[in-house]
Design a protein around this ligand. Sequence first.
Ligand code: ADP
Ligand code: ADP
Length: 224
Amino acid sequence: MIEFEHVSKQYSQDAYALKDVSLSIGAGELIFLAGPSGAGKSTLLKMIAGIEKPTAGQVKVNGQDISKLKSSSLPYLRRKLGLILQDQKLLTDRHVLANVMLPIIVTGASQAEAETRARIALEKVGLPDKAYSMPLALSGGEQQRVAIARAIVNRPQIILADEPTAFLDRDNANKVLGALKAFQSAGVTCIISSHDEQFLDQASRVIYLSQGKVVETWKSSLAA
Ligand code: ADP
Ligand code: ADP
């Protein structure tokens, strides 16, 4: 489903974010992308979404070479992806329901259909009562679950989450983890970058990055 073939990302003479990474991720996997800060985890996730382009090698999603996609085709790729990235904050000037409806509205769906689907997404992340709350009135964990609802509202095949439990306490982190795990059980491929060791037990595979290279990849003994 996702293939990296000798992928590098070089920012300058000897600054690599990724260096000759090859890997293959199958449908329905829950990948735990581990490694220290600066290892290249965010870069790897952004490449799957076509947000960053490799300077060498190929990234393929469903057999399609992402760097060959025209920029006009990228929105169609991104609709198949649920993105939970660090720099995509909720819009603070509108309530939760409006935030979650937005990705559906841009596909041209009616308000009524968007609202129905957004409410279903909020139920899946355990926040059906927060539809009319403003994002800043929610706890960090609740905001993160709204971001997950927004990411999955178009029923993506793949969820990419960058440090989804950063800054959350154990209880909230578990709820976020539970929500992601439920999508994987429903057949969605999840790739989650994290320092959070809780993900280890839940992952079908761990990919460990260091200084832009895959240094280890192993199957969890408790693989799903
Ligand atoms: P991680 O998510 O594992 O913390 P990143 O993918 O964010 O790692 O970063 C990998 C490396 O690439 C880091 O050394 C970072 O400083 C560098 N890097 C990331 N983005 C840029 C950029 N736009 N320009 C230059 N260097 C960058
Ligand atoms: P259904 O046929 O009832 O839509 P599925 O077998 O497709 O159910 O999925 C099982 C559950 O997981 C349902 O609640 C469905 O809404 C949910 N689900 C499946 N795929 C996704 C996805 N990509 N994003 C969000 N929810 C999903």
